[in-house]
Design a binder for this molecule. Sequence first.
Ligand code: ADP
Ligand code: MG
Length: 431
Amino acid sequence: MKNTLLEITAVDKSFQRPDGRALKVLDTINLSLHEGEIVSLLGKSGAGKSTLLRIIAGLLRPTSGKVSFASSASASHVAMVFQNFALFPWLTVLENVELGLEALGVPEKEMRKRALDAIDLIGLDGYESAYPRELSGGMKQRVGFARALVVNPEILLMDEPFSALDVLTSETLKTDFIDLWIERKMPLKSVLLVTHNIEEAVLMSDRILIFAANPGRIAEEINVDIPHPRDRQSPAFRDMVERIYTLMTTGIAKPQTLGLRLPGGEIGIDEKLPRVSPNQIAGLVEALAAAPYNGRADLPALDQALQLGTDEIFQVVESLRILKFADVAQGDVMLTTAALQFADADTQKRKEIFAEHLMNNIPLAAYICRVLQDRPGKRAPRTRFITRLEDHMAEEDADEVLNAITSWARYAELFAYHDNSEEYSLDNPTG
Ligand code: ADP
Ligand code: MG
């Protein structure tokens, strides 16, 4: 086994909410980082990835658990690259890079030499006296890399370092980085890369840890043993991307389902419904039902064709799945018979199909209908449901879940919500 550089044991992190309750963001994180590997943390936004990096960097304390480094002094053994570059606008490139060393008390002459070396290494030669505003995004991020590398860290932490860049620029930067890594030009021993981009994770890493949300946890570990340079079009690469797509859409990285004990028995509702509008759902069903897909599509291909962004595709596909409008398997999404009928139907028929699927597959929708049915005037205030949900989830989450279900139910004309009076009602559902 390779030298272990970093060991994270049973790390939990909770934040205190304004109302005093705890928001659990990280749950029992176990992770070790070995010499010579690039490891990706792959997960959706809000999953707690940045929080974990900040804990490793010593910027944040875990609520419980342990972070231990093989080397004696931890802080100078890690450096971080940020998504938004985090450069000082009033400092030149050289000064921004030197900044990393100033804090360490390195003598000025050595500081200058090391900064120039890092600038050279990362391909910024000739830009030493430029200010950040004069640089493109790609060049700015090169400064971010130089500033991190100049301190000779053992471990480089990267928090979505390529996601603020356009496709071509980020591609170039990734390839350059991998080349430097493979040729051992950087003084690094290991890299931990946070990303929400599956292809990026497969391109760059030796190991991928799939991060699930609510609370953040490591759901799966995947070894990537494809030799460098990696060809995105090769069968091995495509297979791995598809496998991860499937994992991330069919369960393991989904929010945990919450058991809600309500009058009338146990009902399960998803802790977080995807934030997706009925229009997006109808749009994807239509696109999938039509040629060239005819009801079945390869998820990565769909992602590229629709240009929605991976995160958004996940959310819409996840909505189709929980509404039983689609199945996901082996990286493919397949419409169900009901969804094909939906695609063919007129507006009124679509609403009926949607309503039926909402009632049958989303317990919260059925619960709200049942409560309204039993109440005088078939009306109930919003607080009635918020209070109920808050027994089981945080206030903002309750709000979000209720908003999501409301927009779906409105479309389906299942029940109505009156914004002014903050009331739900069964009658006059279009009002
Ligand atoms: P990711 O990087 O995966 O997108 P983050 O680690 O940034 O996720 O955030 C995870 C969750 O923790 C989010 O719900 C975020 O709102 C919450 N969070 C992050 N930092 C704080 C903080 N300082 N106080 C309260 N909540 C926080
Ligand atoms: Mg983040």
